[in-house]
Design a binder for this molecule. Structure first.
Ligand SMILES: [Zn+2]
Length: 477
């Protein structure tokens, strides 16, 4: 075994200060090695052992096993996902066994280098107590990213550094929340959550393939034909309030054969909305009194689920959105690529052309940027009134606990993200005219404040102030 000096994995420099000399009282790894010096990168703070054994092999101790706490944390993240293909890297039989009981099909490899460089094919990868023994953790993570489907999830469990002794066993590298996050981002992942118990449990991180890597996906992903899907019941829901003038046009533009049922929920309109809907042969649910846009959506979704929908599309009946693109909107859900898809007015710069007022356009961009920072996402808009959800996603989130007004739209996205659902966007065009501008300046300010409050609560939830409305329903089918 020869030892070599190595540089920082994160930033590549060899500019460090020695933090610990002589190995702590730790169990040596398989070739009988213990770190002589553990150093801290002066540029980025990454902690690693140098020199290290030169071998390109995993220096794992015998029988590194996942603790019960880390398995519970992984299952909490896995449970809301539709079961798919799971890759377990390393000796994590207990994780595999637990995931198999949830319906996942499991493959395992001892080491990512042994993995065939095949197409993206895993829906989730578990790397449990492995990264800290890897010779080149970044290269490992890049290999794993290539093996994930475009929306695949990565779960990493690793000991969190504390005071010396740094760990029970000799490691090549040592992680804090910040350095692990930086490493994952450098390898092309977007962080979804990072947790560790304050009394020194391991660090558990959930990450997704980063969206900026979309251009790389085309290179990395071999075209694999989508498996045939059983036919799904598509229900279009129309949350309506005084929509008599535009309802007919909206329903007429739904492409024939796309919707199995169209449900209109009338929020105590004062015009002929119900009469028009009756003429059009829609399923009608009436609120006895006006309850608000969010409450309307709650009735829409509950009714659609009760009617056996597999896929629910919401279209505003104000004719602002073009129902002709429903097939494109639902395609990612049909193909199993997403759990919810939003039509975005902001993706192709069409919002201003479509007549969106400038103040609304700019406020939209600001709020969206804030939320992307808060939630580590890359959505271009959070306020779209044209959306598709899988029934499974709707059953997973507690949408009935949301606001009864416009903030509902944002809250449900936050809930979907908290439940690790996969969100997609497609660009759409909108038409703005008088009856289409659904929210005016005064209420819009209150709306903005409501969104900021939702963001605060979501951040609080992530940092331990657990809230019921953000907790996914795990018993959903
Ligand atoms: Zn560094």
């Amino acid at each position: 075994m020869t030892l070599v000096e190595v540089g920082c994995e994160l930033c590549g420099v060899r500019h460090y200060r020695v933090r610990f000399r002589r190995a702590p009282e730790c169990v040596p790894t398989s070739p009988g090695w213990r770190p002589e010096r553990i150093v801290e990168c002066l540029r980025c703070g990454f902690l690693y052992a140098t020199p290290q054994p030169d071998e390109w092999v995993l220096l794992s101790p015998e029988g590194a096993a996942a603790s019960d706490a880390s398995i519970r944390e992984l299952l909490r993240a896995l449970r809301p996902q539709p079961p798919g293909r799971l890759l377990v890297v390393g000796p994590a039989a207990s994780v595999g066994e637990a995931a198999r009981r949830l319906g996942w099909s499991i493959e395992s490899v001892p080491d990512p280098r042994g993995m065939p460089r095949a197409a993206a094919r895993f829906d989730a990868i578990v790397l449990c107590h492995m990264l800290e023994y890897a010779p080149y953790p970044k290269a490992w993570l890049v290999t794993l990213r290539q093996a994930l489907t475009p929306n695949g999830l990565l779960y990493v469990v690793t000991p969190r550094i504390g005071r010396p002794p740094l760990g029970a066993t000799a490691q090549r590298s040592y992680y804090a929340r910040r350095t692990l996050t930086t490493l994952l981002e450098a390898a092309g992942f977007a962080l979804l959550s990072a947790r560790s118990s304050p009394w020194g449990g391991p660090l558990t991180v959930v990450a997704r393939r980063a969206r900026q890597m979309a251009f790389l996906n085309e290179w990395e992903t071999a075209p694999t034909p989508a498996p045939p899907r059983p036919s799904l019941k598509v229900v279009v829901v129309l949350p309506a309030y005084n929509a008599a003038r535009t309802l007919r046009q909206t329903v007429r533009d739904i492409p024939p054969g796309v919707a199995d049922e169209v449900i209109l929920v009338d929020d105590a309109s004062q015009d002929d909305t119900v009469a028009v809907a009756t003429q059009l042969g829609l399923t009608i649910v009436r609120h006895p009194r006006n309850r608000g846009y969010g409450a309307n959506q709650k009735t829409c979704f509950a009714t659609a689920l009760a009617h056996g929908a597999d896929l629910v599309v919401m279209v505003h009946p104000d004719y602002q959105y073009d129902p002709a693109v429903i097939p494109q909107l639902i395609a990612p859900i049909r193909e199993g690529q997403a759990d919810a898809v939003f039509g975005s007015r902001m993706m192709k710069g069409g919002a201003l052309e479509g007549g969106m007022p400038l103040w609304k356009h700019n406020a939209n961009i600001l709020l969206t940027a804030l939320m992307n920072v808060a939630f580590h996402t890359y959505l271009t808009e959070y306020h779209s009134g044209f959306r598709a959800y899988s029934a499974r996603a709707l059953r997973t989130v507690r949408f009935e606990q949301n606001s009864d007004n416009f903030v509902f739209d944002t809250e449900i996205i936050v809930q979907l993200l908290a439940a690790y659902q996969r969100l997609e966007e497609i660009p759409i065009r909108t038409r703005y005219f008088d009856e289409a501008s659904s929210i005016r300046f005064g209420p819009a300010v209150g709306y903005g404040v409501g969104i900021l409050w939702a963001v605060c609560r979501a951040c609080g939830h992530r940092w331990g102030w657990r809230q019921r409305w953000l907790t996914p329903r795990l018993d959903s089918p």
